[in-house]
Design a protein around this ligand. Structure first.
Ligand SMILES: Nc1nc2c(ncn2[C@@H]2O[C@H](COP(=O)(O)OP(=O)(O)OP(=O)(O)O)[C@@H](O)[C@H]2O)c(=O)[nH]1
Length: 321
């Protein structure tokens, strides 16, 4: 079955996040209770007159704030390398603050190793945190680029499809006709989700709608600002790649076909280029645009037929397993 259970994936992500949160809470509580207990055994406590309450308040506040940042990062960020670095860096920083805080309550000079150990976590944590923030900056740049593309897309085109917020087929035809009139190179690409009806059947229409919206967003984020994507019919999308020649269109087609798997589904992708100019000018532009869309549809049907045969083989193998 080419479509894996999207709900199951979401639940897996959710429980992995919960587990991570529990892990961090557990380790934090362990450190908060066990380290003072060990210190209490090994080092005398300071007399009240020796305690600097202002230091306790400021170092305690740094520790509490650090823990709050940690929780915010854990709950708000998606899983991944950047989050791991931020969490690890903040955890080390918090540990450093906590050890500093204990320093105000116990005569830690009596435990030489503590003296040495308490100085390590904060600088190490800050270095890790800096690496994490640096990578976060890179990640944010990519996200910003995607947002800019989307924003440009919204500004330039009328949104007509209520579900995906993409253009509909009619508007696409108009853009295509206009683009053909400019005689600049272009490529047309169609992406159709494989076995989409199974999502509706197995996981409900709502999940199907969500998948369509995700695919639409993902497609918009993959395109250049001069390209145009529209929802052509139920689960198929067409893309107009402005200024693109054959190698770029075929590479793009393959990248989209592979990339869509990150959304938990498979898709068939077909593409066409307009015929050479001297042939194209024999027809009215609108007819040429419709002809192109027709041949794109035909190519897609061929792909589906070929893939269908492949899927039947896969299915029968699975049944035998
Ligand atoms: N959830 C949801 N489903 C839709 C929407 N529009 C169309 N569909 C469904 O999309 C499915 C399209 O079915 P098919 O054309 O057979 O496509 P498919 O199941 O992907 O099959 P292949 O393309 O041959 O792989 C139908 O079951 C429609 O009911 C929509 O807006 N939301």
């Amino acid at each position: 079955m080419p479509l894996r259970s999207r709900t199951a994936v979401t639940h897996q992500d959710y429980s992995a996040k919960q587990l991570k949160l529990l892990g961090v809470y557990g380790v934090s509580l362990l450190i908060i209770f066990v380290v003072p207990l060990l210190l209490w055994q090994a080092a005398p406590t300071k007399a009240l007159a020796q305690v600097d309450w202002l230091d306790i308040a400021t170092e305690g506040a740094l520790f509490v704030l650090g823990m709050c940042w940690l929780m915010v990062i854990l709950s708000a960020r998606p899983r991944g390398r950047v989050t791991n670095l931020l969490v690890l860096g903040l955890a080390c920083y918090c540990l450093g603050c906590f050890l500093d805080l204990l320093d105000e309550m116990f005569v830690v000079k009596a435990v030489p190793i503590y003296n040495w150990f308490e100085k390590m976590p904060t600088p190490i944590g800050l270095v890790i945190l800096t690496c994490g923030l640096w990578l976060w900056r890179d990640e944010q740049e990519v996200v910003n680029r995607q947002l800019r593309t989307r924003e440009q897309f919204y500004r330039q085109h009328h949104l007509t499809d209520g579900l995906t917020l993409l253009n509909d087929a009619k508007t696409f035809e108009l853009h295509l006709t206009r683009q053909l009139a400019s005689h600049r190179p272009l490529g047309l690409l169609m992406l159709d989700i494989d076995h989409f009806h199974q999502v509706n059947q197995r996981q409900g229409m709502e999940e199907g709608d969500r998948l369509l919206s995700e695919v639409a967003q993902w497609l918009s984020s993959q395109l250049r600002s001069q390209d145009l994507v529209c929802r052509y019919a139920g689960d198929s999308f067409v893309i107009l790649l402005n200024g693109a020649i054959a190698p770029l269109v075929s590479t793009m087609a393959e990248q989209l076909r592979q990339g869509i798997r990150t959304l938990g589904c498979h898709a068939s992708v077909a593409w066409v280029l307009p015929p050479p100019r001297e042939i194209a000018t024999e027809y009215p532009l609108k007819t040429e645009a419709l002809g192109l869309l027709l041949s794109l549809n035909e190519k897609m049907s061929q792909q589906k037929t070929m893939r269908g045969r492949g899927c039947l083989q896969e299915g029968s193998q699975q049944e035998r397993l």
